[in-house]
Design a protein around this ligand. Structure first.
Ligand SMILES: Cc1cc2nc3c(=O)[nH]c(=O)nc-3n(C[C@H](O)[C@H](O)[C@H](O)COP(=O)(O)O)c2cc1C
Length: 349
């Protein structure tokens, strides 16, 4: 076993996640993101040159060229390294943020090389990732060790209750996690973001996380990748349980609206809202941003390009950026400050 693949069951799972996300039907049965029902009001006369559109923003000490995040996917197995490095090169070229997959393998003796992107992405906002439930075992020191090993700017904790419950050997000891998250937020000198993995964060979770001191939340809403289904494809018993969850979750559009309302009513305008879950292109990203997200995230939609190498990843992220830029222009926006519900036809009525 290569050093990169330390931890047999964990690496087998990570490998299956990559393979199934690339090759299998891991979407929802009929539930959709809800973004298809959101209409942007098209402006035939934007009264601005396309070239004048500037979607750049400052985020957690870095400058992004567009409010886009390649969401956390992989690491810890040998085939993950090239995917992360291809996506990192794309992020560097286009000035978007990059999430790395769960770093649990790294904390458990795996080779940090599969998470190493600093040399190809020196200017990129990099987010390291760990399961929130791992805070039962690991504390602030391990979080710091993970951030340092990944040269990451931000720690993302994923809260994936249904995925853990469906997966054989999953960890469902979720009692008291919000308190543990609060401790990490308080003690860590870097921003902490909490995300779901594709079933959506409820507004009540968003309010609780804002009170716990997170710097950001990522709704990772339903309508894209269904993680019960992914785990169900790996094991017959898990598949039988997962069958009931084929349409579980809060559609991405509703999750973003709910999270924005929860943050507004908590007066938490400093908490960054990431809108993600099933975003297919730059128009979906614009809709997410107009519904209230500060940044739009895409995971599986960029995986095949990431697996195909740096050129393919750079081209795919370039198309995503261009789609968002054209959409923002044709909606009458000149910068991120213009993106809001007033650009939406359906939301206005
Ligand atoms: C192959 C793959 C691996 C993933 N691994 C992680 C992970 O390690 N940590 C995490 O927080 N989310 C992980 N995710 C979830 C994504 O970050 C994202 O929240 C989810 O897939 C929904 O977005 P999408 O519909 O754009 O794929 C993974 C997604 C994919 C496709």
């Amino acid at each position: 076993m290569a050093a990169a693949d330390a931890g047999g069951a964990l690496s087998g799972r990570k490998r299956d996640h990559l393979r199934l996300s690339l090759d299998a039907d891991v979407g929802f049965a009929s539930l959709t993101t809800g973004l298809e029902a959101v209409r942007v009001m098209p402006r035939a006369l934007p009264e601005r040159d396309l070239e004048a559109v500037d979607l750049s923003l400052s985020l957690w000490g870095r400058t992004l060229s567009a409010p886009l995040l390649i969401s956390c996917m992989t690491g810890g197995v040998s085939e993950a390294g090239p995917v992360n490095r291809a996506l990192a090169a794309a992020a560097q070229r286009h000035g978007v943020a990059l999430g790395l997959g769960s770093g649990r393998a790294l904390l458990e003796g795996g080779d940090p090389a599969t998470f190493a992107v600093l040399d190809v992405a020196p200017d990129v906002l990099v987010l390291a990732n760990l399961g929130a439930v791992q805070l039962r075992t690991y504390g602030v020191d391990e979080c710091r060790r993970l951030l340092d090993a990944c040269a990451a700017d931000v720690l993302v904790l994923h809260a994936n209750a249904v995925q853990e419950a469906v997966q054989p050997g999953g960890d469902t000891t979720f009692a008291g996690l919000i308190e543990r998250i609060a401790v990490v937020c308080e003690a860590l000198d870097r921003p902490v973001v909490v995300k779901e993995v594709g079933f959506g964060l409820a507004p009540a979770d968003v309010s609780a996380l804002a009170a716990a001191g997170v710097a950001g939340v990522d709704v990772a809403g339903a309508g894209g990748t269904n993680w019960a289904r992914v785990e169900g494809l790996r094991d017959d018993r898990a598949g039988a349980v997962a069958a009931a969850f084929a349409d579980w979750g809060l559609p991405t559009a509703d999750a973003i609206r709910g999270a924005r309302a929860a943050l507004d009513s908590a007066g938490a305008d400093d908490v960054v809202l990431v809108g993600s879950g099933g975003l297919r292109h730059g128009v979906d990203a614009l809709k997410a941003l107009c519904l209230g997200a500060d940044v739009a995230g895409v995971a599986r939609g960029l995986l095949a390009a990431g697996a195909a190498g740096a050129d393919a990843a750079t081209a795919a992220v370039g198309v995503l950026c261009e789609q968002l830029r054209v959409a923002a222009w044709a909606a009458g926006a000149g910068g991120v400050g213009d993106l809001g519900p007033e650009l939406l036809a359906a939301e206005r009525d």
